[in-house]
Design a protein around this ligand. Structure first.
Ligand code: 45M
Length: 333
């Protein structure tokens, strides 16, 4: 049984956490975005246009690469970004864990969000293999391929505010959290099939002095690839009702407030417990450099139809993606 851990490094402003993986023989080291909201492992190809300034993967120089003839892929993400290309199999090592014949999807087209992000060479999809986009035959995620070699079929995400985080595969680091891990079963209904989805049966705004609590049940997904916390209108309105300078700005596409506002904490229930997102995590960034108006880390999910517990919420917890028990665990830290 193997156990692996990989360090991640947050880029500036907690917009993504980059983790290096090794692909091919000899190993090609690639900085990647681990994404629990999708299920394709794709990398920028050495001959792909728009990849100048990026580290890229060259299948031609890897003695273990094999083209998957006739296979193609195309994906579009919630933020409007997209990529597509063809498919190889090759050796992929993450931490000290190696999958010998991993489907490595090589991008031949990239949207501007990817060509402009030179910190990134691609994504490692960690949602369910059922939503992998390779045609004619969907491929397994790296986690699904390594799972049987792990002490426990699970991985954890430990993202942090403005500092390095970590992903562990196969075990839960008991020193990485405090108190109990609260679990919620995965939601299996079709809307959420393929994602790490759960139901939170209540929330509260503010610290224990003045709190408004709500019983709105929120069904959402834990998505490391989405930056913000996206919840139903009613919950978001209840939160910003406690921020006197907050307005829902058409122009900015969401709630903004005065950058010197003191923001209340946001607590959401998970199973028998709850997780509190500190108010400071909910001030995402100034709407423009030097502006005194700031954009909220909590925004409405109205356009999406699914609530998303993105990095703003995930970095307040140690999150256990427990495939073996089809459940999601959250613990304070
Ligand atoms: O695309 C999603 N997550 N991953 C990434 N976003 C940007 C790059 C990677 C995503 C997944 C589910 C839902 Br519902 C909305 C969005």
């Amino acid at each position: 049984d193997e156990q692996g851990t990989v360090a991640t490094a947050a880029t500036t402003e907690d917009t993504e956490w980059i983790t290096s993986i090794s692909v091919g023989t000899p190993a090609q080291t690639l900085p990647m975005d681990f994404d629990t909201g999708s299920s394709d492992l794709w990398v920028m190809g050495a001959s792909t246009s728009g990849t100048s300034g990026h580290t890229t993967y060259n299948a031609n120089t890897s003695t273990s690469a094999e083209a998957m003839s006739g296979a193609t892929w195309t994906i579009s993400y919630g933020d409007g970004s997209s990529s597509s290309g063809d498919v190889y199999t090759d050796v992929v090592t993450i931490g000290n864990l190696t999958v010998s014949q991993q489907a490595v999807e090589v991008a031949t087209t990239l949207s501007s969000e990817f060509t402009s992000d030179t910190a990134l060479s691609g994504l490692v999809g960690l949602a369910m293999s059922s939503i992998n986009t390779v045609k004619p035959t969907a491929q397994q995620t790296w986690f699904d391929n390594i799972k049987s070699n792990l002490a426990s079929p699970l991985f954890t995400a430990d993202l942090k505010h403005g500092e390095q985080g970590s992903y562990n595969f196969g075990y839960i680091d008991s020193s990485a959290y405090t108190g109990s891990i609260y679990y919620a079963d995965l939601v299996t209904s079709s809307t959420y099939a393929g994602f790490w989805s759960f139901v939170s049966n209540g929330y509260s705004v503010g610290s224990n002095t003045t709190t408004t609590t709500g019983s709105t049940a929120v069904t959402g997904i834990a998505d490391t690839g989405t930056t913000l916390l996206m919840l139903p209108d009613a919950v978001v309105a209840a939160y910003y009702a406690e921020v006197s300078s907050a307005v829902d700005s058409e122009q900015e596409g969401g709630y903004i407030f005065s950058c010197d506002a003191t923001l209340p904490d946001f607590t959401f229930n998970v199973g028998e417990g709850s997780i509190t997102v500190p108010g400071e995590y909910l001030n995402f960034e100034a709407i423009s450099t030097g502006s005194s108006s700031c954009y909220g880390g909590l925004q409405s999910d109205s356009g999406i139809g699914i609530s998303i517990f993105g990095d703003v919420a995930l970095k307040a917890a140690l999150v256990v993606f427990d495939s073996g028990n089809s459940r999601l665990g959250w613990a304070a830290k």
